[in-house]
Write a protein that binds this ligand. Structure first.
Ligand code: ADP
Ligand code: ASP
Ligand code: MG
Length: 417
């Protein structure tokens, strides 16, 4: 018998009717003869509401308490979906992350899955039940409830698919698949039939929130094909996979595959940093110790033995990062620390980028023609990212989508610039 994992996101289970609708879809898979493990997210915007509620009580809520609070969102959904299936006379059981054997690190709010012990899930499947697992949550060595970072239910789903050796992991959401850009920002964005793990990982890491990046990483490591599709329609979705044949095709085509953007960017500039060894280490060590991840870093060396150091963090980390960096900068004899929360980044992604310098030029020209100032630039083998003002970023996404002709079917896109 086929074993599949299906995951339904928050908007797919936003109210009782939608939960019933999801139950019907799960029942259909069951009727087709598959064993089904279902992962669900919290209903609608529950996670956002819980975070806002916590902040009303404490501006900087304790991370452990916050995780236990947030985990309740998913716990509500799994129980209701199990009840809906039982109402339809299907055997179903709901499990929390801990009951499902999802063991994580104890880094609250962004725990990583260490291992999955699937015995309970497999036993329930053997008993003919649909197993419904709360996404986004797990349990630490100390038996504390942890959460996996925003969008973490995707990672729960792929990790379970690997652990139970499912044939496929199906991610059902509120769009019909992975598009060349966020379809809510670029109406003419095109749905991709398939995308390689590497490209999807870049898209996800650069802000395309349709898949949590950790989930794509796991999919690649365990070679789990991931189908992203709509929970509201039966349109064919996007298959994320790693087949060689596709890689060959991509090499020939040498194209940009998509545009990703991320609004969660803030920057810190430290002026007049003395030009001597160990300075960057001192600054970034303090941030690393506090668990703050730094993204883009730019240092402009100058002829005067001092440099300006600029780096980005997420908007939520800005205040904390400034508090940490100010005293370090002062002790090093640097100048000012200036924070700017109103930034965003826009990226072009595609395996072909590495071989074609023309892509960078076309990207910068497009932004220049639109009068959008580029604050910082970073590149990797398969992407180019520009940090721009938050106010202009959606315009940048649309302009780049047009410039790279991503609305056209791949065969008819322009040649390598
Ligand atoms: P879920 O609650 O189902 O997990 P999410 O809100 O986390 O759904 O992710 C789906 C959203 O991701 C879409 O509504 C869309 O606005 C956004 N998105 C961003 N980039 C892309 C992209 N390239 N393709 C598809 N959706 C994207
Ligand atoms: N409910 C969590 C969130 O909103 C996890 C998820 O939806 O994947 O981030
Ligand atoms: Mg999501």
């Amino acid at each position: 018998m086929d074993l599949i994992v299906q995951k339904y996101g928050g908007s797919s289970v936003a109210d009782a009717d939608r939960i019933r609708r999801v139950a019907r879809r799960v029942a259909e898979a069951r009727d087709r003869g598959s064993q089904v493990v279902v992962v669900v997210s919290a209903m609608g915007d529950t996670t956002d509401h819980l975070i806002a509620l916590a902040r009303q009580i404490s501006p900087n809520p304790d991370a452990r308490e916050l995780d236990l609070l947030l985990s309740t969102g998913e716990t509500v959904s799994v129980t209701l979906l199990a009840m809906a299936l039982r109402e339809m006379s299907y055997e179903a059981i709901s499990l929390t992350g801990a009951q499902a054997g999802i063991h994580t690190t104890s880094v609250f709010n962004r725990a990583h899955i260490l291992r999955v012990d699937p015995e309970r899930i497999l036993r329930e499947l053997d008993n003919g039940r649909v197993v419904i697992v709360a996404g986004f949550q797990g349990i630490s060595e100390d038996l504390d409830v942890t959460t996996l970072g925003r969008g973490g239910s995707d990672t729960t789903a792929v990790a379970l698919a690997a652990a139970v050796r499912a044939k496929r992991c199906e991610i059902y959401t509120d769009v019909e698949g992975v598009y060349t850009a966020d379809p809510r920002v670029v109406p003419e964005a095109r749905k991709l039939n398939e995308i390689h793990y590497d490209e999807m990982l870049e898209m996800a890491s650069l802000g395309a929130r349709v898949m949590q990046n950790r989930s794509v990483e796991l999919g690649e490591v365990y070679n789990i094909p991931i189908l992203v599709a709509s929970s509201f329609t039966n349109a064919p979705g996007t298959l994320i996979h790693g087949d060689i044949s596709m890689e060959e095709v991509r090499e020939v085509r040498n194209k940009v595959r998509g545009i990703a953007h991320d609004l969660d960017v803030a920057k810190i500039t430290i002026t007049g940093v003395p030009d001597r060894p160990g300075i960057a280490a001192a600054i970034f060590e303090s941030l690393a110790d506090a668990g703050i991840s730094v993204d883009t870093i730019v240092q402009n060396a100058s002829t005067t033995k001092v440099a300006d150091l600029t780096f980005t963090v997420s908007k939520g980390d800005l205040e904390k990062a400034m508090l940490l960096v100010r005293p370090v900068a002062a002790s090093l004899g640097a100048g000012e620390c200036i924070g700017d929360p109103e930034l965003a980044k826009v990226s072009i992604v595609g395996a072909g980028i590495q071989n074609a310098p023309g892509y960078a030029a076309r990207m910068f020209k497009t932004l220049a023609d639109a009068g959008i100032n580029i604050e910082m630039i970073t590149t990797s083998e398969i992407r180019i990212t520009c940090v721009v003002s938050e106010e202009r970023v959606l315009e940048a996404v649309r302009a780049l989508h047009r410039a790279f002709e991503l609305e056209k079917a791949e065969e008819s896109q322009g040649d390598t610039p």
